[in-house]
Design a protein around this ligand. Structure first.
Ligand code: ATP
Ligand code: ZN
Length: 285
């Protein structure tokens, strides 16, 4: 039977969580990361462990069929591959930062100035879209020290909390690109390959749906059931089960996490008691 190969980051911020996500999809990967390739025992997928920067090229060339990596790396690579799905983790932004002492008034600051970055393509696109020309210097690591050692007037780098910038005497002044981890695919998967990808996507959707929903169980006097079911959206309609105590029922439903607190208040107001909120492991929609 045909198998697909998925490239994930070998070691770094995305590696653990990428494997965890596959595991939540019920895909068992036995061998550790000591080897370059590992096989899933219960799903037609092989895992290829790579540096994240190498993933776009490997996927474009078809050495891997799929990949999990930061969108920042995908866009910077300019590889001819498809972004199939945003994965809701590894969020960060690419920002321009200048020394704290600079009285920053706007993007004109960067005109003809030296900017150090590991993301020359994304930066140049942004600058030219805004009519600015800078001297872009490409450095591969520790970009944030460039201004201190006189190598640049500013930097463009990944920021998540900003503490690295602060400790290097820099301040963030423009955020130019927002990123999260994405699932990518090579062009031209055959029918069998596309079927395996569909199966994987279906599982990813079920895991995602489960994470953003809660299972809610509550007790209510029978004359409150109608008011309570009005408040509960549920997947279809809620399940109502009589309790041993005469005149009372248990109501079971599924709630979206975002609406959660608002609805809990409404439920209490409608007469709900003993509200239990339980995580859902998988949700098939
Ligand atoms: P590799 O050895 O695979 O080349 P790396 O050093 O390039 O690893 P990591 O630092 O592990 O990469 O980051 C991987 C990805 O994690 C980034 O490309 C980005 O998409 C995402 N990310 C999320 N938050 C941050 C952050 N605070 N700093 C850097 N990257 C982050
Ligand atoms: Zn990297």
């Amino acid at each position: 039977m045909k198998r697909l190969r998925i490239a994930v980051q070998k070691s770094g911020r995305l590696s653990e969580i990428s494997l965890e996500l596959l595991k939540e999809c019920g895909i068992d990967v036995k061998n550790g990361r000591a080897q370059l390739v590992a096989s899933a025992s219960n799903f037609p997928l092989d895992i290829l462990y790579l540096r994240d920067d190498d993933i776009p090229q490997y996927v474009e060339d078809g050495v891997a069929d799929l990949g999990i990596l930061g969108e920042n790396v995908v866009v910077e690579s300019r590889a001819n591959i498809d972004i199939i799905k945003r994965l809701d983790f590894g969020r960060c932004r690419l920002s321009l930062a200048v020394p704290k002492a600079v009285d920053y008034q706007g993007l004109e600051y960067f005109q003809d100035r030296k900017v150090a970055t590991s993301y020359p393509n994304i930066l140049n696109d942004y600058l030219s879209a805004n009519g600015i020309t800078s001297e872009v210097h490409v450095i591969s690591g520790s970009v944030e020290i460039a201004p201190n050692i006189g190598l640049a007037d500013a930097i463009c780098d990944i920021v998540s909390t900003g503490s690295t910038l602060l400790s290097n005497g820099l301040k963030e002044v423009e955020s130019i690109f927002r990123s999260e981890a994405v699932l990518v695919s090579r062009k031209g998967l055959d029918t069998e390959g596309a079927n395996i990808l569909q199966k994987l996507l279906f599982r990813l959707d079920s895991v995602r749906a489960a994470k953003s929903n809660k299972y809610v169980v509550l007790n209510a006097p029978n004359d409150s059931i109608e008011a309570i079911t009005q408040v509960l959206p549920g997947m279809k309609s809620p399940t109502v089960v009589p309790l041993a105590t005469e005149g009372w029922s248990a109501i079971h439903s599924v709630l979206n996490e975002e609406k959660f607190w608002d609805i809990i208040d409404d439920l209490k107001a409608a007469g709900a008691q003993g509200i239990l909120v339980v995580p859902i492991e998988k949700m098939i929609i």
